[in-house]
Design a protein around this ligand. Structure first.
Ligand code: KIV
Length: 271
C-alpha cells in the first residue's frame, strides 16, 4: 500500500496525474475540524464536505434541507483542520439550480467564506451553463452523476441508476460534457460497474465512485458509514472499517457506571 504523504498539497492537477499513473484516489467526507484533522494526517487525498451533512450531522431524511450558510459553516471548520488534502464542498440544493448567476454567487460565497479548494454540484446537461460560468471565474468544479440525492423526489428511490440504456447513454454524454466544460473530476454514484468502467476509460479527468464498482479512478465513502457510526445503513457497496457505534456506546456506558459508582473522579483526577 502506498500512501503519498510526501505530496505537500493535493491539487486538482495532482488528481489528474494520479489517474495518468494509475494510482487510485482516496476521498472521504468530513464535516468538522476534528475529523478533518485526523483524515488529513492519515493521508487522505480528498475531503468532501458533502451535503450528506444534512443526513448525518443534522438528522434530516434527505440532503435537501441543508442551506448554503450551514454548508459554509461545516466547510470552514473542515478547512481549519486540513494542511494537505484537497477540500471539495458540495453546493447545496437550491443554491445553483435557478440560473448560472445564482450558481456563481453561491460558489463565490463558498470559496471566500471557507477557504475551500473546489465545489461539487449534481447533474449533467441541466447544470452545464453554471459549471462553465463557475470554472470561467477560476473555481474548480467536480461533477456528480448517477444517483444524485438532491433529485431524490424525482427518482423516487435510492436504487441503482442508469441500468437502462437510455439513462446510461445520457450519463455518458453528461460525463463527456462535464469534462469538456472543464470539470476536474466526476463523482459516479450507484451505477453499474461496467458503465462506470466505460465512463472512466473514456475520460482523461478522474472519476470517483461510490457504489460504482472497482474501475473508477478513486473511491469515496461517507465517514459515518465507513466508521460504523451509523450502523443501520448497510448498502451492498459499503465496507465498514470500524464499529464506532459499539466502541462509543461501550465507553459512554463505562463512564456512566464510573460516575454512578463514584469511581470517577479519583483522587488523582481532582485538584
Ligand atoms: O454528500 C455526499 O456525501 C456525497 C457523496 C455521497 C459523494 O455527495
Amino acid at each position: 500500500m502506498s500512501i503519498h504523504t510526501d505530496i505537500k498539497k493535493v491539487t486538482t492537477h495532482t488528481l489528474e496525474k494520479m489517474k495518468q499513473k494509475g494510482e487510485k484516489i482516496s476521498m472521504i467526507t468530513a464535516y468538522d475540524y476534528s475529523f478533518a484533522r485526523i483524515f488529513d494526517a492519515a493521508g487522505i487525498d480528498v475531503i468532501l464536505v458533502g451535503d450528506s451533512a444534512s443526513n448525518v450531522m443534522a438528522g434530516h431524511e434527505t440532503t435537501l434541507p441543508i442551506t448554503l450558510d450551514q454548508m459554509i459553516y461545516h466547510a470552514a471548520s473542515v478547512i481549519r483542520g486540513v494542511s494537505r488534502s484537497l477540500v471539495v464542498v458540495d453546493m447545496p440544493f437550491g443554491s445553483y439550480q435557478s440560473n448560472s448567476k445564482e450558481a456563481l454567487v453561491s460558489a463565490f460565497r463558498i470559496m471566500k467564506e471557507t477557504g475551500a479548494h473546489a465545489v461539487k454540484l449534481e447533474g449533467g446537461e441541466e447544470v452545464l451553463e453554471s459549471v462553465k460560468r463557475i470554472i470561467a471565474a477560476g473555481v474548480p468544479v467536480m461533477g456528480h452523476l448517477g444517483l444524485t440525492p438532491q433529485s431524490i423526489y424525482k427518482f423516487g428511490t435510492y436504487t441503482v441508476r442508469a441500468r437502462e440504456e437510455a439513462e446510461a447513454e445520457k450519463l455518458k454524454r453528461d460525463a463527456m460534457q462535464l469534462q469538456e466544460a472543464g470539470c476536474f473530476g466526476i463523482v459516479l454514484e450507484k451505477i453499474p460497474a461496467t458503465l462506470a468502467r466505460e465512463v472512466s476509460e473514456s475520460l482523461h479527468i478522474p472519476t470517483i465512485g461510490i457504489g460504482a464498482g472497482k474501475y473508477t479512478d478513486g473511491q469515496v465513502l461517507v465517514m459515518h458509514d465507513m466508521l460504523g457510526i451509523n450502523t443501520e445503513f448497510k448498502p451492498r457497496f459499503l465496507r465498514q472499517y470500524l464499529n464506532m457505534n459499539e466502541l462509543v456506546t461501550g465507553a459512554v456506558q463505562q463512564y456512566i457506571q464510573d460516575v454512578k459508582s463514584r469511581d470517577f473522579p479519583s483522587e488523582l483526577e481532582q485538584y
